[in-house]
Design a protein around this ligand. Sequence first.
Ligand code: SF4
Length: 251
Amino acid sequence: MPTLGCPSHCRFCFRKGHKVQHLSQNEADVALDYIRNDDSIRDVIITGGEPLFLGDEELEFWVSSVRAIEHVQIIRITSRAPIYVPSRITQALVDMLAEHRPIYMIFSFVHPRELTPELEKGIRMMADAGIIMLQQGPLLRGINDDPEILRELYERLAAIQVLPYYAIWGISSPGTEHFMVDGQRASEIMAALENKTSGFCVPHLITIARGDKVRMMGWSPDKAAAHLKNRPRTGVSTPVSTSILHAAPHK
Ligand code: SF4
C-alpha cells in the first residue's frame, strides 16, 4: 500500500476513518527489502488507497522496483479511480505499465452504469498494450444484488477483456451496514448466473477475513461464522507502518 490516499468518496468504502498515509522513502525501502528477502513471495499487489492516485513517476518506481525482483512473477494493481476519472488512463500510463508486463490491472466495478464510453476507451488501450485486466467488486444491497445487473456488468466487462474474478461479500463498516447483502442471497445470486452466461463471466464469491480473501464456495451460516470470526490469520504482513497494514484492503 504505497498510499492510503484516494480521490474517490465511495459511499460503501470501508476505509472511512483510516488516517490517510503515504509511505516515506524509508518505509518504501523497508517494504521492498522485505519482498526481496523472501523468495517465497511470487505475487505482489500494489494497492491502497488508490495506486493510480500516484503520479506516473511514483507508480513506475513501485512497478519497476517490484519487477526487478527475480522471484516475483505477478504484479497486480488494484484500482477504482478511472471509474470516476477515465482520463487517468493515458497512453503514457499504459506504455509505462506495458514495459513491466505481465501486469494484472484489477478494477472494482459495482454497476454497469459505471462503464462509460470514455472508460471503455482507456480499457481498450490497456488491452491493446497486453495488460491483463480483472474485475473484483463488492455485492451491495439495493445497488447490484440482482443477477441481471451483475450479468450485464460481467458480460460487458468480458467483452472488453476485463474478466470477472471476485464478487466480494460480507464487508461492512460503521455507516455502511445497509449495503450488506444477506449471505444466502449472495449465494443465490451467484448460482443464478451459473449456466446463464459464459463460464468466465461468473466470478468467485469471496469474503475478506482479517485481511485474507477467502473463497466462500457456497454460503452457509456455519461457513460465514467460521470465515468471519474464527479463522486464524494466515497471511504475511510486511513490517511497514502498522497502521497502514491494519487497514483492510478493499480491492
Ligand atoms: S472504495 Fe476504493 S476507490 Fe472508493 S473511496 Fe474507498 S479506497 Fe477509494
